[in-house]
Design a protein around this ligand. Structure first.
Ligand code: PMP
Length: 421
């Protein structure tokens, strides 16, 4: 039986075309075909990305920037080409720069720390200043700001969502003051799937004179933001959420904004000159990239961006949106299930709660059927507390997922509820 006949028979042409590039998907879990629906936590890596990384390690591995020998120059070229490719991928222009990090978490810490710590001169954030963070945020875009407030004496304000988990521009207008120095927001809430109107919110904050920070962790494998079209000073993302390697990521932003950041890591590769008592720092992006970077990781991230572009962004966006709509409608049709942000058409995440049943039990029963979902607070405890929800079950989709997998998810959840209720 199909839960939604029209959606259940929607074409999976895109998914079937790319699945062979992801060997990890072709396995059985507890006797059933793996349905990997945990892409918001980590996406899988296709063969061309692994090949690009292997090629670097086998042929070009050397430390970058410091060597005059051929291998060091090739490694430096590979790293800088990866930087340029990723800048193009996110629509960065001549006034932007990209700094490699270990992920979104490090990128956001770099911003929050960099604005509240003094490197040369005084820190950007001063006592009496205000930082506004949205109430949809992953802990990675909240806890660093809590620390920045402690370091600087600035105050933290939260742009709370309504009871349905939506953010409203008029609420932001009420919070903005002449002392607002920073506004930080997600492009998609990983716990609920809510896709806030980030373009309008960032523009309002920028008009009020604040620096703007976009956590784009959930918006790199599909519906990728175009940085040049946004009033955005800093954008953070992770390689592993865009079919690239784990432990990689980037902070991309306006040069003038990046110039304001105190480095997070002091040491080699980020200095201009050093004496026993002092140092002068290198120009961007090196100034914010102290130490030996994950060069193969940068190469892998760029290969992942190339893979996404080769498959085609609009096709991926349409496919993922169709999977999400199918899952949201199918799950909402089950008694006692509430789907969060059912309207979030551009999201790849469907998060839900079931009356009287713990998500962990649903996740365990789904796993027995080979279906991988995530359960819990998804590192967004304040949001789920605010919504009065507690933990949820979350399925999240990527280009290789199929409508058949969505049908298995919906049937599996219905069966789990029968067993558990
Ligand atoms: N922000 C959001 C919205 C996320 O979903 C995640 C990962 N779950 C992060 C930040 C942190 O990313 P990472 O662990 O790759 O640093």
């Amino acid at each position: 039986m199909h839960f939604l006949p029209d959606l259940a028979t929607a074409p999976d042409t895109l998914a079937s075309g790319v699945r062979s590039q992801f060997p990890v998907l072709a396995q059985r879990i507890h006797g059933a075909a793996l349905a990997y629906l945990d892409n918001a936590a980590t996406t899988q890596v296709p063969l061309p990305v692994l090949a690009a990384m292997r090629n670097f390690e086998v042929h070009d591995r050397a430390n970058i920037h410091r060597g005059v020998h051929a291998l060091s120059q090739r490694a430096t070229d590979a790293f800088e080409q990866a930087r340029s490719a990723l800048k193009r991928f996110v629509g960065a222009g001549a006034g932007h720069e990209l700094v490699f990090t270990s992920g979104t978490t490090e990128a956001l810490n770099l911003v929050a720390h960099g604005l509240s710590a003094a490197a040369a001169g005084s820190a950007f954030l001063q006592p009496g200043d205000e930082i506004i963070v949205s109430g949809l945020e992953h802990h990675a875009n909240l806890v660093p700001w809590q620390q920045a407030v402690r370091r600087s004496g600035a105050a933290l304000r939260v742009l709370l969502p309504d009871a349905q988990g939506r953010l409203h521009p008029e609420d932001l207008v009420r919070l903005l003051t002449p002392r607002t120095r920073v506004f930080a927001l997600t492009a998609c809430a990983n716990a609920t799937g809510e896709r806030p109107p980030f373009e309008a919110l960032l523009a309002l904050a920028a008009q009020a004179g604040a620096l703007t920070v976009l956590d784009a962790a959930q918006a790199m494998a599909h519906a990728v933001p175009n940085l040049s079209a946004l009033a955005c000073d800093f954008m953070a993302f992770s390689g592993h959420k865009m079919h690239g390697p784990m432990g990689t990521g980037a902070l991309v932003g306006r040069l003038a904004a990046l110039e304001r950041l105190a480095p997070l890591r002091y040491g080699g590769d980020m200095v201009d000159w050093v004496s026993y008592t002092d140092a002068g720092f290198a120009a961007l992006p090196s100034r914010l990239e102290g130490g030996t970077p994950h060069v193969a990781g940068a190469v892998g991230m760029a290969a992942a961006a190339a893979f996404i572009d080769a498959v085609g962004r609009s096709g991926i966006d349409a496919h993922v949106a169709a999977l999400r709509a199918h899952a949201a409608a199918g799950l909402a049709a089950i008694d006692d299930i509430t789907v969060l942000s059912p309207w979030a058409a551009e999201s790849a995440i469907v998060s839900f709660v079931a009356r009287g049943v713990h998500p962990h039990d649903i996740g365990t029963l789904l796993d027995e059927q080979g279906i991988a979902v995530r359960t819990g607070h998804h590192c967004a405890q304040p949001l789920l507390d605010h919504l009065g929800l507690g933990p949820t079950t979350r399925a999240s989709f990527a280009l290789y997922n199929t409508h058949d997998e969505v049908e298995r998810l919906v049937a599996g959840v219905a069966r789990a509820l029968e067993v558990l209720q």
